[in-house]
Design a protein around this ligand. Structure first.
Ligand code: FRU
Length: 469
């Protein structure tokens, strides 16, 4: 392992080199899950945005593909989504070979520098070779700026509108609100409605939305609206809020005005869901960017920056009479487990830097453990009453940003029964009760993690080495 590969994960997606932020263009087709991402290949800090491209069949082994979209005269290629246009409504493919269509934001840097406000607009591109190569539509932009500076991150899905017609819906982040647009062909867009100017968290600008239908445990159909916000998350910096409600094909109406958070950690941002999933996959599939704009550009990795979270399946559940979203690690990860290593006297020696810790919780209001190395550095996990926390104040390299060293906490006021924690070089993802409470944090120990110790309030603690095939 060369030093500039230090902290490179084993089973999480990272760019080959250079800078990465948001996941983009998540679409499935013919056995392949596509992941595009905000990418600047020429530096390890943010710059002229491209769409990098990777594919996977099992959501754990990733293959690097050629860059999907390059900046052009209309601007950098900011975040967006991709759909399979099965009926060739866009006429960008043929009826026999319908296209994949990517819908993204153009950010015109020169126009921004010139002091204009209208430098973000929406463009499209298409592929008729299953995502290998992309052509930008010559009529771009398809949705010009409407006079508001922050006007970006289109997430497109197929819906039935209020007239009962199948149409495309664009969910767009517009400064402090969401705008919904409708289109018959992905080229012509009409404003349907707005949501959120006076609802939810507003400590920062709204970004990277998504709107998906899901079944509640009682069988009712609900609509979940995701809105990333930066800054203004519950731990400061970047985070993703969501609202559960109804969508009638035109307007989103939340059940209540209080936002919820998809992940209570510092490092899960701009996450959205895959489109065109196979029928065998019954739950929505989500992935997020595993960093935070507070410090993403200064973390101590050398040749590349940032990873994605493990992909997660989403489900609705009820606790204390209220619906919430849970995030479940995709089952495919279990196939990478080796034989379990059991705890002995509250200690488990670690087989590598990519492993999973699993336990049953015997004391819901008082349990914990520590992950430590031979330098005395540690990550401390604990639940004290209703408060679950990860303390990374002594986790190794912490001085690159003043907000990094801290104890990250969240409240869980129902019973905690089980815990799974995924570690992978520089990342930690906690799933309590299979994702009823989720906390994702990154950390940079100066020497490898050696033990899990001080295990208490837990039964049947074990560790699985996780190795990619
Ligand atoms: C979110 C974001 C998006 C934007 C992209 C630019 O992290 O700010 O709103 O499209 O990153 O890289």
């Amino acid at each position: 392992e060369s030093t500039n590969e230090k902290y490179r994960p084993e089973y999480h997606f990272t760019p080959p080199f250079g800078w990465m932020n948001d996941p983009n263009g998540l679409v499935y087709q013919d056995g392949i899950y596509h992941l595009f991402y905000q990418y600047y290949p020429d530096s390890t800090v943010w710059g002229p945005m491209h769409w990098g491209h990777a594919t996977t069949q099992d959501l754990v082994s990733w293959y690097h593909e050629d860059i999907g979209l390059y900046p052009d005269s209309l601007g950098y290629i900011f975040s967006g989504s991709a759909v399979f246009d099965a009926e060739n409504s866009s006429e960008l493919g043929t009826d026999e070979n319908p296209p994949l269509v990517a819908i993204f934001t153009y950010h015109d840097m020169e126009s921004e520098r010139a002091g204009n406000e209208d430098y973000q607009s929406q463009g499209i591109a298409f592929s008729t070779d299953k995502g290998k190569t992309w052509t930008k539509y010559e009529g771009n932009p398809v949705l010009p700026n409407q006079g508001i500076r922050d006007f970006r991150d289109p997430k497109v899905s197929r819906i039935t509108n209020i007239n009962g017609e199948k149409v495309w819906l664009m969910t767009l982040a517009v400064k402090d609100r969401i705008q919904f647009y409708e289109s018959p062909d992905l080229k012509n867009w009409n404003l349907l409605s707005e949501f959120g100017q006076t609802i939810g968290a507003h400590g920062g600008v709204w970004e990277c939305p998504d709107l998906i239908p899901m079944s509640a445990p009682n069988g009712d159909q609900k609509w979940i609206l995701f809105v990333s916000i930066n800054p203004g998350g519950p731990q400061k910096g970047s985070a993703t809020q969501y609202f559960i409600g109804d969508f009638d094909g035109k307007t989103f109406t939340p059940d209540d005005e209080q936002e919820q958070w998809i992940d209570w950690g510092t490092d899960n941002y701009a996450g959205v869901t895959w489109s065109n999933l196979p029928e065998s996959r019954t739950n929505p599939l989500f992935i997020g960017w595993m960093s935070n704009w507070q410090y993403a550009q200064v973390v101590p990795t050398e040749s590349w920056r940032s990873a994605m979270t493990i992909p997660r399946e989403l489900e609705l559940f009820e606790a204390n009479g209220k619906l919430h979203l849970k995030s479940i690690p995709v089952p495919e990860i279990k196939d990478l487990r080796s034989a379990p290593i059991q705890a002995n006297d509250g200690i488990i020696p670690l087989p590598s830097q990519s492993f999973e810790f699993q336990a049953e919780i015997s004391n819901s209001t008082d349990f914990g453990f520590e992950v430590s190395n031979e330098k005395g550095e540690k990550l401390v996990f604990s639940k004290d009453g209703n408060e679950f926390s990860i303390d990374r104040t002594q986790s190794g390299i912490i001085d690159f940003n003043e907000d990094f060293a801290k104890k990250i906490s969240a409240n869980m006021d129902w019973e905690a029964k089980s815990i799974r924690v995924f570690f992978d070089a520089h990342s930690t993802e906690v799933f309590i009760n299979e994702g009823e409470l989720t906390m994702t944090v990154i950390s940079f120990p100066s020497s490898p993690w050696k033990n899990i110790e001080n295990i208490h309030g837990l039964d049947n603690s074990e560790v699985y080495d996780i190795k990619n095939k």
